[in-house]
Design a protein around this ligand. Structure first.
Ligand SMILES: [Zn+2]
Length: 249
């Protein structure tokens, strides 16, 4: 690259009338310089003025297309973090300017999100200049398809419209009972100790740990269902009311 530049400038200096070529040689690309070198060798047709011959136009168009093809870096896109697909790192940040992306991108190693918004950090953990903004702020970035992304799936699997089942250690049987028929949202517990107090069966809400005495497994199945639990589990009732309110909005 350096060699070509030197050679080109020398060639341009030797043909001072070719101002256009000299100018291009100074600010042009490698292809430009090679192009101008060829022109210089051909006897400076272009030196006659700004106008280019058809041949030269063709060459110019060809190398412009080549330059575009060589640009394998995709262009930055301006969007919010969510619109970018919630990338958590592995992308290149080009600033938050409205009009155009920064000339040079900064590799983002990881991001931090909180109530205030997003903070971009480099791989060494340092905050990136201009990389802290609100979640609604649009920024320029090139996000590869394989960049890590924040999943929208919550850590606990929601059941019954947002309810999470209690952990197993909280779903033990009370004294005198065993978990006879486990289900998703409820369990049926059978009394095994005839001397223990209480009904022959218990139905238990597996989301809240509440129990209700029932006379039979069949009755327990009815009361343990999603539709049945709000009739005896106060927390399921409150939850069902919340869902109804949210659904009515
Ligand atoms: Zn419940």
């Amino acid at each position: 690259m350096t060699d070509i530049t030197t050679t080109t400038e020398t060639a341009a200096a030797e043909t001072p009338t070719d101002e256009v070529a000299a100018k291009r040689a100074r600010k042009g690309t490698r292809a430009d310089r090679q192009h101008e070198l060829n022109q210089a060798a051909q006897g400076d047709d272009a030196a006659q003025g700004e106008s280019l011959s058809d041949d030269e136009r063709e060459q110019l168009a060809a190398h412009t297309a080549q330059l575009a093809a060589n640009a394998d870096e995709p262009a930055p896109v301006r969007a919010t973090w969510k619109q970018h697909g919630n990338p958590t790192g592995g992308f290149v940040f080009f600033g938050t300017a409205v009009k155009s992306p920064a000339d040079k991108g900064v590799k983002v190693g990881k991001i931090e999100t909180d109530a205030q918004g997003i903070t971009l950090k480099s791989a060494n953990g340092r905050a990136i200049e201009g990389g802290a903004f609100g979640s609604a702020t649009k920024f320029w970035a090139v996000v590869p398809a394989d960049a890590p992304r924040k999943s929208d799936v919550p850590t606990s699997t929601p059941k019954a419209g947002g309810l999470a089942k209690l952990p197993a250690e909280k779903l033990t049987a009370p004294a005198g009972y065993v978990v006879k028929w486990p289900h998703g949202g409820y369990d049926l517990l059978k009394k095994t100790d005839k001397d223990a107090a209480g009904a022959a069966w218990l139905v238990r809400c597996n989301y809240h740990g509440t129990t209700k005495e029932v006379a039979s497994a069949k009755e327990g199945d009815g009361l343990g269902s999603n539709a049945g639990r709000p009739s005896w589990c106060a927390k399921c009732k409150a939850h069902a009311e919340q869902l109804a309110t949210a659904g009515a909005k």
